[in-house]
Design a binder for this molecule. Structure first.
Ligand SMILES: [Zn+2]
Length: 313
């Protein structure tokens, strides 16, 4: 029997279609590697990218670079404030900054990097949160698209950061839903899930689990145990190391499936409360008409996905 499940706190529903279930390794699609073509992000081609915004060097060579996206979704010009013409037409200029962060100079993917190199990427994100903050920006979204099925055609490993004049819908929905609970619901959810059959990884400071109403096969969420609202609140020495290590554990499992994936960092908007977390969304299945009408069919149970992450499948 399939099961209709609701997200922990959102009015978002998923059908877990277990009779169509596949085993995790059946999701691995044997595809030829994606062709890299000319690599604008490689060392030596720095002049082909827009003016550098951020750089980390190791032994005199850059390890991480960030620069504006050549085709930005938002720009630092125009009117950031939202206006309404009448009941139906509400708008502003797409105001903000859009950066690309190159995660390594070489042709390894993020899942190939060492834990200390992943930490450099996270420190890059921290710098972006700090630096991408002009007046008019309401939210900074850090995300990564890995492979074509997850929305990128650029093979060189990179993340993107968009600071803009709007709080994204899912973040806003979570903030509102949390207010209806007595205390932070995610603090309780973490406590439940770290002992459930959806548990994946745990260390002193972090927990990851496959969410009860997973939308995607192998979807996994990662939370700090401590109630903090932003990546910036992590202790750089100890907690950022632990976060990097857990991300590496997850990435290694995604690599085994050669899975296209997105990851998205959910931080609290300014002045709001939201338990910081990272959603990692493998893109192993295609959404179709039913999904775009609002209910998602997921052909892998989160309980089976968790077994895979724990190495029991
Ligand atoms: Zn919390």
């Amino acid at each position: 029997m399939g099961e209709l499940r609701k997200d922990y706190i959102l009015d978002r529903w998923v059908i877990i279609a277990s009779e169509r279930a596949k085993r995790p390794h059946q999701f691995k699609k044997e595809k030829p590697p994606e062709k890299a073509g000319h690599d604008f992000f490689a060392p030596g081609n720095e002049s082909e990218t827009p003016e550098e915004f951020y750089r980390v060097e190791k032994d005199g060579k850059w390890q991480i670079r960030a620069f504006p996206n050549k085709f930005p979704a938002v720009r630092q010009q125009g009117e950031a404030n939202v206006k309404t013409d009448n009941d139906f037409y509400t708008f502003a200029d797409a105001f903000g900054m859009h950066m690309v962060l190159v995660e390594t100079p070489d042709d390894r993917q993020l899942w190939d990097l060492e834990v200390d190199e992943i930490k450099l990427v996270l420190e890059g994100y921290l710098a972006m949160y700090e630096k991408m903050n002009p007046d008019g920006v309401k939210y900074v979204t850090v995300f990564k698209n890995h492979k074509k099925a997850a929305g990128t055609s650029i093979v060189h490993s990179h993340s993107q950061i968009i600071a803009y004049n709007h709080v994204p819908e899912f973040v806003q929905q979570k903030v509102e839903a949390c207010k209806k609970h007595d205390g932070c619901p995610y603090c309780k959810i973490i406590e439940n899930e770290k002992g459930s059959d959806r548990r994946c990884f745990e260390n002193d400071s972090f927990v990851s689990f496959t969410p009860y109403a997973s939308r995607f096969p192998m979807e996994i969420w990662l939370f700090p145990k401590r109630h903090i609202t932003h990546l910036k609140e992590l202790h750089v020495d100890n907690e950022l190391d632990q976060l990097s290590a857990m991300l590496k554990d997850i990435l290694v499992k995604l690599k085994e499936l050669d899975a296209p994936f997105n990851w998205v960092f959910h931080v609290a908007p300014n002045g709001d409360d939201l338990h910081f977390h990272i959603e990692i969304l493998p893109r192993l299945a295609t959404w179709a008409g039913f999904e775009y009408n609002g209910t998602i069919i997921n052909i892998m149970t989160p309980e089976n996905a968790a077994k895979y992450y724990r190495g029991e499948e």
